[in-house]
Structures are given as structure tokens and as C-alpha cells.
Design a protein around this ligand. Sequence first.
Ligand code: GLY
Length: 424
Amino acid sequence: MRILVIGSGGREHALLTGLSGYQHELTVAPGNAGMATLATVREVDVADPQAILKLAQDIDAELVVIGPEIPLVAGAADALEAAGINVFGPSEAAAQLEGSKAFAKEVMAAAGVLTASATRIETAEEIDAALDEYQAPYVVKDDGLAGGKGVVVTEDRREAMAHAEAVIAAGNPVLFESFLEGPEVSLFCLVDGETVVPLLPAQDHKRAHDNDEGPNTGGMGAYTPLPWLPEDGAQRIVAEIAEPVAREMVARGIPYHGLLYVGAAWGRSGPAVVEFNARFGDPETQAVLSLLETPLGEVLEAVACRRLAQLPSLTWKPGYAATVVLAAGGYPQAAQTGDVITGENLDDPSKVLHAGTAQRDGHYVSAGGRVLNVLGQGETLEEAVSNAYAEIEQIGLPGSFYRSDIARAAIEGAIAVVDNEDHV
Ligand code: GLY
């Protein structure tokens, strides 16, 4: 199959890795330097659906896999489908589950899905009253697309206010939400109309530094599966969240076809939605797909061709996987770029995936905030994490940093689900 992958980060490198080895002809756009060993790298403006369509037509793509949310919310899937090209990714209307948090709340209310209560404001004059209404810990969200970075959760009213002011100054509405208790789960669900198939549950680490300190980032590391999740945890998230939402979208005449990322917090009342994304999560995907045995091309094609219900059950490698992000100095505020990266396995995507890299004079150099994702697998979660750290320790990048506590709380047994006041 000729497959075009849209995007340029570690998630897309993981998608290409999953698609490689099956005689597919792979193209990625705009891609990054590390992807050139697996795919032809082309230019494209990801915010321009017509440019994506033109590229897909130029290479005669039989399947287009859209990684990031920007092209989805801009209508790239609609443009490709109208031209008769199979596409993995929801329509512009369905991608509003990520693009508009107000829309997502409305769909959840109609579908009877548990989520935080929320108030949306558009002017700075309304901030004080919203902060009074919600109390600490404050959850303040950018109601535009923010690449997973637009959320501030803080006990500090001044910090909450400063974030709300900054979002409004940038021209976006702000959402204040009640704080959802409990450990967070990222469950990626393949959705094809009313058919929902979950991937392995994962957990992301969003803060920049150890012990969940520092600013929010796109994600600094992840692991999968979750040893602390109840055995029926993924199935409950599917039954209580993903399936009702999928049915509601069909009922509204905007069926969802693609990947629905359910970000849930598991509190006393069970799993409640923190956020939806209309795409694979980054960096959880890097860990999750490293354990998938079913050929990824068959999975994505089944959704794109509206035959997910006929796909045999997914098969997974046993054990655990972890990914740790190597970030450039200054990330997430002002990432330092252009520094040479050294390491033995920079061209082995089973160990190192590229997120923000470029080539200069025959060397890889940093070209983004999150630069690399290293991967580790193991029979136990501890082994998977220790393999990932062994890998990252031999990579050199001046000024870079990484979290040293990915999955630590899970390994130490410090995460527990408390559901209906019973310890599970
Ligand atoms: N891992 C967070 C995100 O993809 O938005």
C-alpha cells in the first residue's frame, strides 16, 4: 500500500515504525530528519487541507494517516475523502470533540458521560468570578487547540489568573473546570461509527520535571499497560465513555472514524473524562504501538475503509513498554535548538524515535522542544523503564534534560484506584 503519514513528531515516527516492514511504500510530510530511514520525507503545510490532498494525489496515496489535530480540525480528512482517498482520521465536524471543549461537553452531557463541570468565559472581566466559583485546585484550560499544553492545574490563584489572562490575550476563550480526582489514564480507542476497539491503556507524565513539578508540557514520558488499573478498566472506559460518545456522534449525523483519545481520571465515581483528543496521543503512542503485534497498516486501513467490526482482535506482545522524552534546554518555554545529538542508536526506531530533529553536516541536531523519545520494553514495568533509561543515558545533547521518574509511582505501588469507596 502507498501510505502518506501527516505530521512530524515522535508519534508519527512511531506510526511509520509500525507501518514499516510490510512492503508498504511510505511517505511522511513534513516529517523530521530521523524518519528518512523509513519513508520519503516531503514538505507540506499541515494546516492546509488542499496542500495535503495535492500531495496525496501526487504520490497516488492509497491511505493517508493524519497524526496531529491541526489538519483534522481544518478538514483534511473531508478533503481527502471527497477525492476518494482512504483516510485515517475524523472529519472536521467530528474532530470538534478535540477542537471545541464546549462541543465535547455538550456531547458528553447528551451521552450521559461523566466529566468535570465547566464554565467558559471570553473576557478578562469574568475571570475573578470564575475563580470564585471553582476554588483550588484550579483547572484552567485554553479552549482552542493547544497541543496538549494549554492546561494549568494549580493551587495558586495568581497562577490560575495569569494563565486565564494569557489565553484571553491570545484571543481564545478560557474554560474553568472542577478538579477531577484520581489517577489519569490515556485510552486510545479506534472508532468506526459505533464500533470501538481500545488499544492498551497508558499513562502520560505532563509536567516538565520529576515529582510532577514545573510547567505543563506536551508529555515527558509514558508507560503501558497500567498495572494499577482494574482488570476491566479499559473495558469500562469503552462502555461508559467511548461507546456512548460514538453512538451520540452517529445520532448527530457526524459519525467518528479514527482514533478517539480518551483522557480519563479514575475517581470514586469511576472513570470521568478530562479531555478528548481526535488523534493518537504523544508520547503514549510511542510506547503503546511498540507492543502491538497486529500489523498497524491493517488496523488503520480497517478504520479508514469502515470495516473495523470485521478486524480480528488485536494482538499484543506480552510485558510492558515505556518511553522517556529527551527535551531541549529551555523547553517548554523557549527550547534551545541547533545542537548536535550523539548516540549509537539514533537510527534504530525500535530504541529511539525522533520528535524534533534536523540534519546538519551529516549530524542530527535538535530542532524542537521534545527532541527524541527513547523506548524500553521488558517483562516487568521496572525492566521496561530501566531499559529506556539505559538508552537515554548514552545520548548526548548539550543542555538537554529528561524526567528520571517515569512510571516510578506505578512501580512503587503508589497509585491506587478508589472506585465507589472500594480499593480495587
Ligand atoms: N499526551 C498528551 C497529548 O497527546 O495530548
